[in-house]
Design a protein around this ligand. Structure first.
Ligand code: KG4
Ligand code: ZN
Length: 333
């Protein structure tokens, strides 16, 4: 079964063709990050306009790379949320229009579930499992009973973890998206120079905003804002990046392990943009329960994870109506 998957929930326009949920025939991603960097974060209206320009060329490229014609597609899928409403609507409506005009079934996909599926796609499937989503918009621990059946075990009570990376990066005068820049700087720093404490959040929940404020005061002074000049030098910045990364990623590891044991999980699957981070990948290498990560191109937003999950969702529940609405939040998805 050939599935076309379209992703446009944030600042990547992406389309992919995947066969039977596993074999990636094409995976085209056009990132808008460079444009949003000048605003220090994603500008929703600009994101929507750039999706308008990119969607059709990206879909055409995905079909060309997969060496198939539109009529060869068996199923058309798009992320229906969570994310930026204007951005989602464009990819979702492109998928519905293609489905209608080609007379093919359509399915709407939860973007966050797709991030977990990305870690399952080319790895053994051991269920029940713990799904860990660490992205720009979400920090979630989910018990996965089977593909498509999830229970939320933990989430963030304030900022998402990727958002925290992006905000700390901005405090350290690094460009957007901040995660890769923090990781690079952290490699040159000493994580033990600063003794940052993990925030106390109940059970398996997370909190990152207290640490963000602490770092803001350290770098810009008690009365400083993100745009104020730095009071510290490069050595301190490197050490802060290293200590921040260690503190929040070890928090993810500890809670994921405790949750996996408590909920009798046979494996841990980690997905979302922050799963690109080498330090996080190294931490999870030493776990007593097997942990799996997506390949690097599948960590960030992409169409292959949408097309892959769509195959299983279609087999389980068949297609969705073309009236399926876009949704901004995870719980409504
Ligand atoms: O999954 P994603 O592409 O989009 C959302 O669904 O939000 O995640 C983007 C997030 C950004 O916050 C970015 O800074 C972060 O992933 N990120 C990283 C790394 N690469 C991307 N964070 C830490 N280390 C990285 N290497
Ligand atoms: Zn994402």
């Amino acid at each position: 079964m050939l599935v076309l998957g379209i992703e446009s929930t944030c600042d990547e326009t992406a389309a992919a063709v995947v066969e039977d949920g596993k074999v990636i025939l094409s995976n085209v991603i056009r990132s808008q990050a460079e444009v949003h960097a000048q605003y220090g974060g994603v500008f929703p209206e600009v994101a929507a306009r750039l999706h308008v320009d990119a969607l059709l060329p990206v879909i055409e490229e995905a079909l060309k790379e997969a060496k198939i014609k539109p009529e060869d597609i068996d199923l058309i899928a798009a992320a229906r949320g969570p994310g930026l409403m204007g951005a989602i609507l464009l990819g979702l409506n492109a998928a519905k229009t293609l489905a209608l005009s080609l007379n093919k079934p359509f399915v709407g996909i939860n973007h966050v579930e797709a991030h977990i599926y990305a870690a399952m796609m080319n790895n053994p499937l051991l269920l029940p499992a713990l799904g860990v989503v660490v992205s720009g918009g979400h920090t979630l621990l989910l018990r996965v009973d089977k593909i498509g059946t999830y229970e939320i075990i933990g989430t963030t009570i304030d900022d998402a973890i990727g958002e925290a990376f992006d905000k700390i990066a901005s405090i350290l005068d690094l460009p957007y998206p901040g995660g890769p820049h923090i990781e690079k700087l952290a490699k040159k720093g000493n994580p033990l120079t600063y003794n940052f404490k993990r925030a106390k959040a109940p059970d398996f929940n997370f909190s990152f905003s207290g640490l963000k404020t602490k770092i803001l005061y350290l770098v810009k002074g008690q009365k400083g804002s993100r745009k104020s000049p730095s009071l510290i030098g490069m050595t301190e910045k490197k050490d802060i990046a290293a200590a921040f990364q260690k503190t929040v990623l070890e928090d993810v590891l500890d809670k994921a392990l405790r949750a996996a044991l408590k909920y009798s999980c046979r494996a841990i699957y980690v997905g979302g943009g922050v799963s690109n981070n080498e330090y996080l990948r190294k931490l999870f290498k030493e776990t007593p329960i097997p942990s799996f990560f997506p390949s690097k191109p599948l960590s960030l937003d992409n169409g292959a994870m949408i097309a892959g999950l769509a195959y299983f969702q279609f087999k389980e529940k068949s297609g969705d109506s073309l009236n399926l609405p876009a949704v901004a939040s995870f719980k409504a998805c």
